[in-house]
Design a binder for this molecule. Structure first.
Ligand code: 26V
Length: 759
């Protein structure tokens, strides 16, 4: 980019009388003028994902273009505070970790110079915006384009027609630049042509409880898959015509979970229309695709009814069925047992459903989980049969997060402390953060860090005071649990711990408790009643605690509204203790845990997902681990577990849990608190009582919360633990993750700059 020219134009920009939105669009559009997309590399990776949780791009893009400070200065001169643009929230085209991971990988691909291209859907409405009404979550449509979309370019001439049996839909691409050492692109497709067509890119995760809802989900998934495949093939043909010999050498497709798996039969279908045999087409597909699994929860593993699929995608059904036959023959030849054949098959004759995960595993060259333990679990359980016969197919790539957004933008104060000791080079080569290690025992550094943390807390609390109307004071220990609301993440267990703390503080049972704040942020899927019940319960608990004059100096809670990427940036920088308390074995990785670590929070959590690797790197002594390990949870599942007997034996917890049904809190007559109670004691929705083993872990959790509170009071020593986390967080950079993908899965090399080649 021609920085000088850009800044000159910016200097000339007339700001008088312009609204924040207008200025945002003008400045973004000006920057876009100077963005040149890189040419295609010899081999490209195409990352297909139903979610891209990008968040605000304004600051990130200016940082990547290397002009953030200058723009800040120019605007200041003109009397415009750059912070005003924080009002503008960009695309939240994702729901949680899966989508944010995709966004971090796009960021890192460009940053490290990999030809990594994203394909997704340009939903008109992103993830809903959340409000609370009397403590209940309410959803408001997220009209993210109301400020314009100045960072995207519509590419009308690269539109395609996507065929369904009952309609044709136009897929129009919008390209967003991904700025770094390379400028890659994220291509999001918008569905156009008719009212029914437009619905396809209407909202992220439409309710799929009805048949109509399921059909819409299938349409979305096929729409994304077919548009991406069509684009990749068209681009290839523009260079090689009808000769598909080089296709697999030049293209690699990464399936981010099962949602884009239709890309497999679609590629086979398209290649057949180009004159290739089914065999040849399958052969190419087997060299092109790779699949990342992001969950083992059965309810999230997609299977589609043949009856539904055949209505709108009959050709895809024929191909899937043919693949199922090929698979059975191949597996018999390879000596799979009948039981193994049943476990791996693409089409299940009994339920008449197609398994998207099994389709992906069959075709993919590589299958990976997203943290060490998760990759082990999928090999041992979910895909055990395939692993037994093709062990080399499986690998692991532990997730990572983009440190440019999650440390540099989120916590400049901490970055300056690091710069002072080791210079700024680590910002480009994040592994150099390790050389900060000798300074984490330096008393000045420890004091400086503790002071910077206080400053971030003050900033966050001031923001919360303004937006939520809750005053949190200062000098508090901050515990935070922010993530999607799901029973396996066990926000309900934290609710019980918080209530127990409150009761014990009120009755003077705890000595020397450092004044603390418990912060929650989460959205619940609109149709997930129990998750919504947990939000209401937490809000009721917080209301009670915050109103109690006896305890409010020691304990406060807040459930922030509309938790999103920008809120997360503020929260991770301010937090002391990161709560990561999922039932062991169920959180594939977690990425929030990494963001907190990077900003110097200790992890208080279970041995699950990436927590295990965090503790391995930063040391068990710098973190707070509690609860049952995977092996114990498995044993409890097998040998039996009696939560009711446990409650009976623990009256101090019975008292806490009973507040769900004894009238302490009102659920406004909805009965949802009773349902939560029943889910723990009787069982609900085919689940056994306390399916997520809250009562196994809750007491240990409580003790760990007290322990961290005590340790925090030795502020300098505790700062040392926090900094040990910062120093060792370099491993959790998504730059490292994408390089791992490049090496283990994509087989492309990261192009070194001239400077790097010399050094
Ligand atoms: C989706 C659903 C949808 C239906 C209701 C139940 C349910 C449960 C879980 C999911 C998760 C789908 C996949 C996903 O988002 N996985 C997350 O991926 C992150 C990035 O790899 C990872 O850090 C998280 O641990 C994992 O939950």
């Amino acid at each position: 980019m021609d920085k000088k020219q850009f800044l000159q134009e910016l200097n000339e920009l007339d700001v008088a009388g312009k609204s924040v939105a207008r200025l945002y669009c003008d400045i973004s559009a000006l920057a876009m003028k100077y963005v040149d997309f890189n040419k295609r590399a010899n081999r490209c990776v195409h990352y297909l994902s139903i979610e891209f949780l990008i968040g605000r791009v304004f600051f990130n893009n200016l940082l990547e273009l290397g002009v953030l400070d200058e723009v800040n200065a120019v605007l200041k001169k003109k009397g415009v505070d750059i912070a005003l643009f924080e009002e503008i929230e960009d695309a939240a085209l994702g729901n949680g970790g899966l989508g944010r991971l995709a966004a971090c990988y796009m960021d890192s691909g460009a940053a490290v110079g990999l030809p990594l291209y994203g394909y997704g859907i340009r939903y008109k409405y992103g993830l809903f915006r959340q409000t609370f009404e009397n403590g209940f979550q309410k959803e408001v449509p997220d009209d993210w384009q109301k400020f314009g979309d100045p960072w995207s370019v519509r590419k009308e001439n690269e539109s395609q027609i996507i065929h369904f049996a009952d309609m044709d839909v136009t897929a129009v691409p919008y390209d967003m630049p991904l700025i770094g050492k390379r400028i890659n692109g994220l291509r999001l497709y918008q569905a156009e042509g008719s009212e029914a067509a437009e619905k396809i890119s209407g909202v992220l995760y439409p309710d799929d409880s009805s048949e109509e809802g399921k059909l819409l989900r299938i349409r979305q998934e096929y729409f994304l898959s077919a548009a991406a495949v069509g684009d990749i093939v068209r681009e290839y043909e523009s260079r090689h015509g009808n000769d598909f010999h080089y296709f697999a050498r030049e293209n690699c497709i990464q399936l981010n979970d099962t949602h884009p798996v239709f890309a497999i039969p679609e590629l086979i279908r398209v290649l057949k229309t180009k004159g290739l045999s089914y065999r040849k087409a399958l052969n190419i597909a087997q060299k092109v695709f790779n699949y990342t699994n992001h969950t083992i929860l059965p309810e999230a593993l997609e299977c589609w009814d043949k009856k539904l699929l055949v209505k709108i995608l009959p050709d895809i059904v024929s191909i899937l069925q043919k693949m199922d036959q090929t698979q059975s023959r191949k597996h018999r030849k390879e000596g799979y047992s009948e039981e193994e054949i049943v476990q791996t098959h693409i089409y299940d004759k009994g339920s008449r459903r197609f398994s998207m995960a099994n389709t992906a595993v069959f075709v993919s060259e590589k299958v990976n989980g997203v943290a060490e333990i998760h990759s082990e679990i999928i090999k041992r359980d979910l895909f055990a049969a395939e692993y037994a016969h093709h062990p080399d197919k499986f690998t692991n790539v532990t997730n990572g997060v983009a440190q440019r957004r999650w440390l540099e933008l989120a916590d400049p104060e901490l970055c300056r402390i690091i710069d002072e000791k080791i210079g700024p080079h680590w910002r480009e080569h994040f592994e150099e953060l390790a050389s900060f290690a000798p300074y984490i025992t330096d008393p000045d550094v420890l004091d400086g860090f503790a002071a910077a943390k206080e400053e971030k807390k003050d900033q966050l609390f001031a923001y919360i005071g303004k937006t939520e109307g809750v005053e949190l004071g200062c000098g508090k220990l901050l515990y935070a649990q922010v993530k999607r609301l799901h029973e396996y993440k066990r926000q309900l267990m934290t609710a019980f711990v918080l209530l127990r703390l409150y009761f014990d503080l009120k009755e003077h049972k705890i000595d020397g408790f450092a004044p603390s704040v418990f912060l929650f942020g989460a959205k619940s899927a609109p149709g997930y009643a129990r998750a919504k019940g947990i939000i209401k319960y937490l809000n009721e608990i917080i209301k009670k605690i915050n109103a109690d004059e006896d305890t409010k100096a020691s304990l406060l809670g807040v459930f922030v509204t509309e938790y999103n990427v920008s809120y997360a940036e503020k929260i991770v920088a301010a937090t002391d203790v990161s709560l990561q308390v999922s039932t062991a074995g169920l959180e594939a990785s977690g990425t929030g845990n990494m963001k907190f670590m990077m900003n110097g929070a200790v992890t208080l959590g279970t041995m699950d997902g990436a927590n295990i690797e965090i503790v391995e790197k930063a040391g068990e002594e710098s973190n707070y681990i509690f609860g049952a390990r995977v092996e114990e949870i498995e044993r409890l599942r097998k040998d039996g577990y009696d939560p009711v007997a446990w409650l009976r034996e623990h009256p101090e917890w019975m008292r806490v849990v009973s507040t769900l049904i004894d009238g302490t809190f009102s659920d406004d007559g909805t009965g949802i608190f009773r349902e939560l109670y029943d889910s723990l004691t009787v069982g609900a929705s085919w689940h056994r009582p306390d399916h997520y083993f809250i009562f196994r872990d809750v007491d240990e959790y409580y003790r760990a919360v007290l322990k961290v509170n005590k340790d925090y009071q030795e502020r300098e020593k505790f700062a040392g633990k926090q900094l040990a986390n910062v120093v060792n967080s370099y491993y959790f950079s998504s730059d490292r993750s994408v390089k791992d993908y490049a090496e283990r899965i994509w087989h492309i090399s990261v192009k070194k700059t001239k400077v790097e080649e010399k050094s």
